[in-house]
Design a protein around this ligand. Structure first.
Ligand SMILES: C[S@@+](CC[C@H](N)C(=O)[O-])C[C@H]1O[C@@H](n2cnc3c(N)ncnc32)[C@H](O)[C@@H]1O
Length: 438
């Protein structure tokens, strides 16, 4: 059934028309932001924490410029990740709401979107570093994860990280404590034996050790500079009433807290099917910060995970169903994962439709890929699914992804991202912004 189909002004595009539309689409070089330097993409708080498949603020800002009506607006992102959309919305003094099931993503987003008085922050950072220099701190090492911690960290690093964590826990101001926790979370990979360039959990036993205190000091100073820049751009009213503006929660993309027809614009990039296992790749932070009691259950909360497969519900989109059908000829298991993914995403689009104001737009950034030789035409399936949620297909932007932003390669057999030297297929040399209008 197609929601609101009878009342819409724009005719529904058939699967064939959607395919033709995508085939004819030219790359819009204006949207590649080739000229953006790392200092632009990492400005303000955007470089607080690494995050796989984050998009660049320039893309979000351009969508805001084109579609955000007034200052009294409400922006939503159901898949916040490390909060690029949310930070950009707060910088413009508009309401920012959203979700992520990933506890680390929520923490990063909250801290990145919270400007702190620079003088206050400076004193607190100096205080923490001084306390750590004094030394006499009993390490706080989460006992139930000790085996995992020992797997990834030397005894010396474990001890030093435990001391840092204890000192952070003693901080009374919650905004400062969270700020420190993000710095702590960010340095974990560098201080572990996790293969540095890899998103996959691979050990590198010959990795040169990095002293946690040194890494923390460097990163805190960098974050301090980012906070000062951000503080200067966020309107004073937003800073003073941040709770009213920043309405984010840990939660599922299919359940937004925004009321019906209250959101002006959604800018989001969804997970991909069986690409990143976010629960696994943030495991260093998850274990140190003790964010998941049951990793098996936690993994299943993620859309696109290979730990979950379809309960036999069929996607509403014919394009999605055709992809599942093709996949079922190659791998029944993967077909069920792809099916579950498209069914879940349809529910996300239904939720986007519910919360948007009439005339409001949702912009989903997504790329196509291949799994086991089958073309996974996510963008076409999203365009079709948006219509099934009640949206008119408003615009499709085809853009190149400069290589410094996303990994370019996938392993052909598994479909997972791989480091460039191991992989044999292009992953997302281009991606789409699929825009629906309510
Ligand atoms: C491509 S990333 C978003 C990146 C984001 N645009 C940024 O700039 O950082 C997709 C996000 O979806 C989140 N996610 C996966 N399943 C989810 C679900 N069921 N509900 C909410 N978020 C989910 C992942 O944790 C991940 O952070």
């Amino acid at each position: 059934m197609i929601g609101n189909a009878l009342t819409r002004q724009t005719p529904i595009k058939s699967p064939l028309e959607i395919s033709d539309l995508f085939r004819a689409k030219e790359i819009d070089t204006d949207w590649s932001f080739i000229q953006a330097k790392p200092s632009d993409t990492g400005k303000w708080t955007h470089d607080y924490h690494r995050y796989p498949a984050k998009f660049i603020p320039q893309l979000v800002e351009r969508l805001f410029d084109e579609y955000l009506p007034t200052r009294d607006a409400h922006v939503n992102d159901p898949f916040m990740g490390c909060g690029t959309t949310i930070v950009s919305a707060i910088s413009r003094g508009v309401i920012a709401s959203g979700t992520d099931v990933n506890r680390i993503a929520f923490l990063i987003t909250k801290v990145k979107a919270t400007p702190i008085d620079p003088d206050h922050l400076g004193k607190k950072i100096n205080g923490l570093l001084a306390a750590l220099k004094d030394g006499h701190i009993e390490p706080a090492i989460p006992p139930k994860h000790i085996h995992r911690i020992k797997y990834w960290f030397s005894d010396e690093s474990t001890d030093e990280l435990g001391k840092i964590l204890r000192a952070i826990q003693q901080e009374r101001d919650p905004a400062i404590r969270d700020f420190f926790l993000v710095a702590f979370s960010h340095i974990l990979k560098t201080c572990s034996i996790w293969l540095q360039g890899s998103t996959k959990p691979t050990r590198d036993l010959s990795k040169p050790p990095v002293k946690p205190i040194d890494a923390l000091r460097r990163h805190l100073r960098k974050m301090q500079r980012g906070n000062a820049e951000f503080y200067a751009v966020v309107p004073a009213r937003t800073r003073e009433h941040l709770k009213a503006y920043l309405q984010i929660k840990i939660g599922d993309a299919r359940h937004q807290s925004a009321r019906n027809a209250t959101v002006d614009l959604i800018v989001s990039s969804s997970p991909y099917v069986t690409s990143y296992e976010y629960a696994d790749l943030h495991q260093l932070s998850t274990i140190w910060l003790d964010f998941a009691d049951d990793l098996t259950a936690y993994r299943k909360e993620f859309i696109g995970t290979s730990y979950k497969s379809s309960d036999n519900t069929k996607p509403r989109s014919q394009i999605a169903r055709d992809i599942v059908e093709k996949m079922s000829q190659v791998s029944a298991k993967m077909a069920r994962e792809v099916e579950a993914y498209f069914v879940d995403m349809q529910q996300v689009f239904d939720e986007s439709y519910r919360i948007l104001k009439p005339g409001g737009r949702c912009c989903y950034v997504i790329g196509n890929t291949q799994l086991k030789g089958v073309d996974i035409l996510n963008a076409e399936a999203f365009a079709d699914s948006l219509q099934h949620a009640g949206f008119a297909l408003d615009r499709i932007i085809k853009r190149e992804i400069p290589s410094k932003i996303l990994p370019q390669k996938r392993d052909k057999k598994t479909g997972r991202f791989a480091s460039n030297k191991d992989a044999d297929a292009e992953a997302y040399p281009i991606e789409y912004i699929v825009i629906g209008r309510k």
